[in-house]
Write a protein that binds this ligand. Structure first.
Ligand code: PLP
Length: 383
């Protein structure tokens, strides 16, 4: 088997652009594809995509960085990169049980922008903007500025809340994408959080290393490492996303001692085959990123065309566990619809449990028994 490929993203396809421009993250942001006209200049759309793009202006904006766009194979209408970021008219339909706030976040916000669902940790939404917009975004109600709802964030209120709730030891910064903030703004937020003694663990949830690896500058990394222990959860779904530039960016973060995890969303027509996910997870390990969660796609309005069944997800997980490195196998979870938090959905390897034994199956389906004895029986064995 040939070694994993981390290809350079071909900037030539963009036209005449200097490497100094291409490698500059603000150039990448300024040159994002945000209109139907810009999209059609570079890609021949099918009717569903054109109609979806027109609609996007009212729901979840179109936004694709030149870097990510250049991973699209223009000859392949089913390109897994294209399916993640090019809108489709199916986003306009609402299947039964779909919701605008599928994880019930708005009802768990004690302070605007702060979601406190679990006993010891919170989610802090620091911005409503991303470098590119994922069409299945679980927070599409508030991100991108296109929809009806606005994200309001009361950062000072959130800091005061955390000071008054010492049971919170873990803060997850998300949004939007926190790494779109300037180094100075982000530094101020992290410094303020670090001034609260009950906060032990800080992590940043971001897709910037994938959408805009140029943003991971030596200056940003030097600032981040002042706030250790700082962890980061990135978001990638397909092995094609792990280009040479992305591997370099992740390497800078890992070299700064930032432990990296990855979150993937299981998406129909993107990564719903075990060979694709195995390839992705293996490449992540080579980039020093530990696959953390594989999410069942949330019931976000207009996502039915991208969702698989849970049964399909479990079958994929069965094809990974035991067949590859344990570090390469994430936990498969569903966010309990309406606000239940993350629920692991196996598959399970416990076949049955009795008072004196547990019946297990291994990855091949062979059955094993683990006998259990009570402490009273243990006492009986003495002498
Ligand atoms: C995902 C999430 C967290 C973090 O959960 P972990 O299992 O610790 O990664 C915290 N708060 C909210 C609201 C979340 O959705």
């Amino acid at each position: 088997m040939k070694a994993k490929e981390f290809q350079r993203v071909p900037s030539e396809s963009w036209g005449s652009v200097l490497p100094s421009e291409w490698n500059d993250w603000s150039w990448q942001l300024r040159n994002r594809i945000q209109t139907l006209e810009q999209l059609e200049k570079r890609l021949s759309l099918i009717g569903e995509e054109r109609a979806g793009t027109i609609l996007a202006g009212k729901k979840l904006a179109l936004g694709i960085t030149p870097h990510f766009f250049s991973l699209i194979d223009p000859q392949d209408p089913d390109c897994p990169i294209r399916r993640q970021v090019v809108p489709r008219i199916e986003e306009a339909s609402r299947a039964p049980d779909e919701m605008v706030d599928p994880c019930g976040e708005d009802s768990h916000m004690p302070v605007p922008g702060l979601v406190h669902r679990y006993p010891d940790r919170v989610l802090l939404l620091v911005t409503d903007r991303c470098a590119s917009y994922c069409r299945y975004c679980t927070r599409s109600r508030v991100v991108s500025g296109a929809g009806e709802q606005e994200l309001t964030v009361d950062l000072e209120g959130a800091f005061r809340y955390l000071e008054n709730h010492p049971e919170v030891r873990d803060v997850l910064l998300s949004g939007g994408d926190p790494l779109l903030l300037s180094d100075a703004k982000l530094n101020a937020i992290l410094t303020r959080l670090r001034s609260i003694s009950s906060i032990e663990f800080i992590r940043i949830g971001t897709r910037i290393p994938i959408f805009l690896p140029q943003r991971i500058t030596p200056e940003l990394v030097a600032m981040l490492k002042q706030h250790h222990p700082l962890w980061m959860s990135i978001h990638s779904n397909h092995p094609k996303e792990l280009s040479y530039e992305v591997r370099e960016a992740l390497g800078r973060l890992a070299d700064a001692g930032i432990p990296l995890g990855n979150q993937s969303v299981l998406l129909k027509g993107v990564n719903d085959r075990s060979e694709i996910l195995k390839d992705l997870f293996h490449k992540l390990l080579l980039c020093r990123v530990r696959p953390y969660y594989l999410y069942q796609c949330d019931l976000i309005t207009g996502s039915a065309h991208l969702r698989t069944t849970i049964r399909e997800g479990q079958e994929i997980m069965e094809q990974l566990r035991g067949y590859t490195t344990g570090y390469a196998v994430p936990t498969y979870v569903v966010d309990g619809p309406g606000g239940g938090g993350k629920i692991p959905i196996g598959p399970g390897y416990i076949v049955g449990m009795a008072d004196d034994r547990v019946i297990l199956k291994n990855y091949k389906g062979d059955v094993y028994e683990y006998p259990e004895i009570s402490q009273t029986q243990v006492a009986g064995f003495k002498g």
